[in-house]
Design a protein around this ligand. Structure first.
Ligand code: S3P
Length: 182
């Protein structure tokens, strides 16, 4: 089997974007093909709490979950060369964005509401879409969140109609260009 090429970044890569924008798929690919450590925030939180994200929302409420996200980001302060797949709402708190910028670059993955709908339609673990799984609602929530994603992003990559490999190549290339400029 081909060994992954180790690509060592002196910082972390935080993937942000709406639910279903491809953060988990891209972090999986980067960790497999570039031998990067990967942290999937939702999985880590669910594992620690011993329940699914939906159960956390139902049992403790959204604010509790948001505080866990903030706490987890603070824990990542000493890491580098880690690809972090954030929850869709993580950059809504400005202190979360400041925390991410302390140790890494923020990459915003975008996708059209139709693409998002196709990717999330069979998922039962997205409490914010419960009862609203349609493109009109997705589009409205996306518009509402767009300014925060835009303000947080160091780089933006559109994912519609692209393969994972192409998205990752674009990401690495843009980061490498950015590194040359500094
Ligand atoms: C959320 C997105 C989810 C998860 C939670 C809240 C959001 O993560 O963190 O359901 O506020 O957009 P994904 O973006 O990985 O689905």
């Amino acid at each position: 089997m081909k060994q992954p090429t180790k690509h060592v970044f002196s910082y972390n890569i935080f993937l942000i974007g709406f639910m279903g924008s491809g953060k988990s798929a891209i972090s999986d690919y980067l960790s497999e093909h570039y031998a990067m450590e990967k942290i999937e925030m939702d999985d880590q939180i669910a594992h620690r709490e011993g329940m699914s994200i939906s159960e956390i929302f139902d049992t403790h409420g959204e604010e509790y979950f948001r505080n866990l996200e903030t706490g987890l980001l603070i824990e990542l302060e000493d890491k580098k060369n880690v690809v972090v797949s954030c929850g869709g709402g993580t950059p809504m708190r400005e202190n979360n964005v400041r925390q991410m910028k302390k140790t890494g670059k923020i990459v915003w993955l975008t996708a059209d509401p139709e693409t998002i709908y196709k990717r999330v339609k069979d998922s039962d673990d997205r409490p914010l879409l419960k009862g609203h799984k349609n493109t009109a609602y997705i589009s409205q929530l996306m518009q509402q969140r767009r300014p925060k994603y835009e303000a947080a992003a160091d780089l933006t990559i559109a994912t519609d109609g692209k393969e994972r490999a192409a998205i990752c190549e674009e990401l690495i290339q843009k980061l490498t260009e950015w590194e040359k400029q500094i």
